[in-house]
Design a protein around this ligand. Sequence first.
Ligand code: ITT
Length: 194
Amino acid sequence: MPTYFLASQNLHKLIEMQAILQDSGVRLRPLSEMIQMPEIDEDGDTFLANAVKKALTGARLSSCFVLADDSGLEVAALDGEPGVHSSRYAGPGSSDEQNTAKLLRCMQDITCRQARFVCVLAVAGPEGLVGTAEGEVRGRIALEPKGHGGFGYDPVFIPDGYEQSFAELSEECKNQLSHRSRALEMALQIGLLQ
Ligand code: ITT
């Protein structure tokens, strides 16, 4: 079975992606099984730039086929913030709870609560970049956190067509709708993962 190695420090991403890829014929393992990944400075202005940087670094160091995910939340009324800064919105090393609390504070007086999650995937191998794929899910920011599932901003993100947050919906439900599952679907469709 073709195997790809995920270059990520975020265990939640690995668990979600393994569940989404379960019946795809593609196997995903953590890159930490092969090498110790150095800390990567995610200094790109776009999800694409950061995803490509993570995949190329992992592939160069391991000589394996490496998948990377750069993702985040874009809020329309905040001009797309937190965007590429999603994981450190409340400052370097901030927790999911601190980031979510900051987001709710910034949106205190904002009635337009439209937002989207974006995921850009990049695959690189020993010869360099293989390709990229992208997925998004649209929704709105809740007035307060609800639910205990998922990670990151899941407790405050309500996908379009639902009344519950991603953290209240089941794992299966999130994995059918999410930006990550849509990006993986595209990656399989275009043969980026095969
Ligand atoms: P790696 O770079 O090591 O993969 P990371 O968590 O730092 O791990 P990113 O730089 O891509 O990953 O930042 C993604 C952040 O966006 C993540 O920490 C969450 O705050 C948010 N995010 C992305 N996908 C999410 C999801 O499905 N649910 C909730 N929040 C999400």
